[in-house]
Design a protein around this ligand. Structure first.
Ligand SMILES: [Zn+2]
Length: 433
């Protein structure tokens, strides 16, 4: 069992919550004193940091959005003077200006240890040779893993991105044992190895840490089979710290969130209201240890759910499920929040990862109608009416049990659904509002 900071990762919940409350109070005080945005936010909500006498009080504060960070670009959200900042990174902003984040010397130390904890949970030890294929630059990924691996005592091979053949040569010659990459790049490496006649199983590679894009179960098993490694998922974002927020242990049953450093909440993406434990909704994170760039109730935009039962690995900290898409993708059907990825997951389970489908939402009178069109393919009995009917009924039942509303599932002729790049499902919302 590999646990780097058992004291924090296996704490009884009561003690953990006490620690969280103390750290939360310190964070709120720092933010209130030093960040105009947060001071205004407190005033607007009629709360002062001293009022925060229980963790439940956090829900009284408003949420912080990426738009708030943009408005305060570049340094408006910093809680320390720039002379105390030893590093800046930026987030991968999709539009306009990216968010600038800063770290004090202590922030770097804390961040390094958090990533070391993610890597340890994934099975990396001081004996590993860690090849990092993320981009070394403004993004947090490469530097986060670089420092984390060094803190464990592993050897880092900072190859950066690209030059796939050289990456493979290095893997062979330097005897890389751990790969840090995006899932897509792992597949690119496997494909190139096949072309070059390199047998991945003849390499020293044994473990992979994947980030930057979703690692679906189908993708995980493809990577594990083709590269002959154990593939683990982890979660992080620059606005919060970078990698090091959560990571899977060897049981791969959700990503352990380091709750001694972050408070996770799940909120309804529409109302912003906190949802009860176990609900699926948008992940909101509050940082507890950051000096330069504290974040209070930051909306990540990622849809997930939390589990608080202890894991077989011994950790007592919460686990987050794989992110199921972005809150912007949410559909409201008959008043129920539905994520297209939930339907996608059902179809992957019953039809396979290659299933081409389309989700069509329409409105008849005041009634929302949900249809799921699946393209006929091998294994879906297009010409046997009885079996086809039974199959469609089974899929309808599964979808209803997952999303909570009924959908009419129909088969459509092959190659009639427009293809999207890298995704198999698409959503057509015909409701005019
Ligand atoms: Zn675990």
């Amino acid at each position: 069992m590999n646990i780097r900071d058992a004291k924090y990762e296996c704490m009884p919940r009561e003690e953990l919550e006490q620690l969280q409350l103390e750290r939360l109070q310190a964070t709120l005080n720092r933010a209130y004193k030093n960040v105009t945005f947060y001071r205004k936010m407190f005033h607007k909500s009629n709360v002062i940091p001293e009022d925060m006498q229980a963790l439940s009080g956090l829900a009284k504060l408003p949420l912080t959005t990426q738009e708030d960070l943009r408005v305060n670009y570049p340094y408006g959200m910093f809680a320390v003077p720039l002379r105390e900042v030893v590093r800046v990174h930026s987030s991968s902003g999709t539009t306009e200006k990216p968010v600038v984040v800063g770290y004090t010397r202590n922030d770097i130390k804390v961040w390094t240890n958090l990533v070391a904890r993610v890597m340890t949970a994934a099975g990396v030890t001081r004996d590993d040779m860690v090849q990092i294929t993320f981009s070394y630059g403004l993004y947090t990924g490469a530097f986060g893993f670089h420092y984390g691996a060094e803190a464990i005592g592993a050897s880092v091979i900072p190859t950066g991105t690209g030059n796939t053949e050289k990456q493979i040569m290095i893997m062979q010659d330097y005897k890389t044992t751990a790969l840090v990459s995006t899932p897509t790049y792992a597949i690119t490496l496997a494909e190139r190895m096949e072309k070059l006649g390199v047998n991945p199983k003849g390499l020293s590679l044994r473990v992979g840490l994947f980030g930057g894009e979703p690692l679906s179960e189908a993708l995980r098993s493809e990577i594990e089979t083709r590269l002959g490694i154990s593939a683990t998922d982890n979660y992080g974002l620059s606005e919060i710290i970078g990698p090091g927020v959560a990571g899977e242990c060897e049981y791969k049953c959700g990503m352990h969130i380091f709750e001694d450093a972050f408070i996770p909440e799940i909120v309804d993406p529409l109302s912003g209201k906190q949802l009860p434990a176990g609900s699926t909704g948008e992940l909101v994170l509050t940082t507890l240890t950051k000096e330069a760039f504290p974040m209070i109730r930051y909306r990540t935009g990622d849809i997930t759910s939390l589990v608080y039962t202890p894991c077989n690995c011994g950790r007592t900290i919460a686990r987050m499920a794989k992110t199921m898409g972005r809150s912007d993708d949410m559909l409201i059907i008959k008043g129920v929040n539905v994520f297209p990825s939930q339907i996608g997951a059902v179809l992957t389970a019953v039809v396979g990862a290659e299933a081409q489908y389309e989700i069509v939402v329409d409105r008849k009178g005041a009634q929302d109608l949900l249809e799921v069109h699946i393209e006929a393919a091998e294994g879906i009995f297009f010409d046997e009416m009885k079996r086809q009917k039974a199959f469609l009924e089974m899929v309808e039942k599964k979808i209803r049990s997952v999303i909570g509303v009924g959908a009419a599932v129909k088969l459509v002729a092959p190659n009639t659904i427009p293809r999207h790049e890298r995704t198999t499902g698409r959503v057509v919302d015909k409701r005019m509002i």
